[in-house]
Design a protein around this ligand. Structure first.
Ligand SMILES: [Zn+2]
Length: 313
């Protein structure tokens, strides 16, 4: 038995498989990413607490001799075991290695892959049906979200994808949708652009805010940041149905049908959710980066095809 194996056994350290399971759950609860294990990283302590490690189990060090370089390295046994478990998860394609994640996020992190995400959902006893609403990063979705957030805007941007095939593989479409949502919601700081609402679920894994298409998918609207806006569910519905829109200078507009609205409709507590923007001008809360703001062509499309259509009824 190796020196490390003997030490692991003598100290009754937790089994590799158990550490792998805890790591997957831990990644999930940390939004899909954890920093590479270093001394003082809170997650190293958290996992040690989870296994009720005693002082000796936490502090015992391994001394490795590198003959070629004639160098001796001392490392914590617990770190080493965490690292080995994470490497085993990477070999099974359940997480990406810090070197791979670094190319994507510029941070040395372990990140769930789609396969790891599915596994972690199962382990965490969360219904798989909730997957699409979870804001947990996966390497594949993060790649798409980054491409969406970083893509330079073409001149004469057209928010409608005229070449868009109506039949795309379902798996690809779902990944793209999650990538779009992640990019838009992050750009808007997880806040509704109309009311500023920011709210996560009690387990902080899902956000209330959604990424709305300005030109909707059914009209071949592109999954681009310039064709998106973050809205709470209520404002998303009101926007899609044509109660509300915004002008090219980002002022919220309310349908004239508001004049015919029964007096007790559209009120939440004291908040006049439909009338408020009609009574006094209200601007959208937009991302700081101007290049991420909704494109005028997309806005005009929504004004014309969704909003004005409602005005005529
Ligand atoms: Zn809202």
């Amino acid at each position: 038995m190796s020196y490390e194996g003997r030490m692991t056994e003598d100290l009754a350290m937790p089994e590799r498989r158990l550490i792998e399971t805890s790591l997957l759950k831990c990644l999930f609860l940390h939004g899909g990413v954890i920093r590479e294990f270093g001394e003082g990283e809170p997650v190293v302590q958290q996992l040690a607490d989870e296994f009720h490690l005693n002082d000796r189990q936490r502090r015992e060090t391994l001394k490795t001799m590198y003959r070629k370089e004639n160098r001796r390295k001392t490392s914590l046994l617990w770190h080493r075991l965490l690292f080995r478990a994470a490497t085993a998860l990477a070999r099974k394609n359940l997480v990406s290695r810090p070197t791979e994640t670094f190319r994507l996020t510029n941070r040395r992190e372990w990140m769930l892959t789609e396969k790891g995400f599915d596994e972690a959902i199962k382990l965490s006893d969360i219904p798989i049906s909730r997957k699409d609403s979870l804001l947990v990063a996966s390497f594949e979705v993060q790649e798409i979200a980054r491409a969406i957030a970083e893509r330079p805007k073409p001149e004469n941007y057209n928010p409608i994808d005229t070449s868009k095939k109506t039949v795309t593989r379902v798996a690809n479409r779902l990944l793209r949708q999650r990538g779009f949502r992640q990019a838009v919601v992050e750009a808007y700081g997880h806040k509704c652009a109309m009311c500023g609402l920011k709210l996560a679920s009690p387990d902080r894994l899902s956000w209330e805010v959604e990424a709305a298409h300005i030109v909707p998918s059914y009209a071949r609207g592109r999954d681009d940041i310039w064709n998106g806006v973050a809205l709470c569910r209520l404002h998303h519905w009101a926007f899609d149905i044509g109660w509300l829109t915004f002008s090219v200078d980002y002022q919220i507009q309310v349908s004239h049908a508001v004049d015919r609205l029964p007096p007790d409709d559209g009120i939440m507590g004291g908040y006049e959710f439909i009338r408020a923007p009609a009574d006094k001008p209200m601007a959208l809360c937009l991302p700081n980066r101007r290049e991420m703001h909704p494109d005028p062509a997309a806005i005009r499309w929504h004004n014309q095809h969704v909003f004005n259509r409602q005005q005529r009824t």
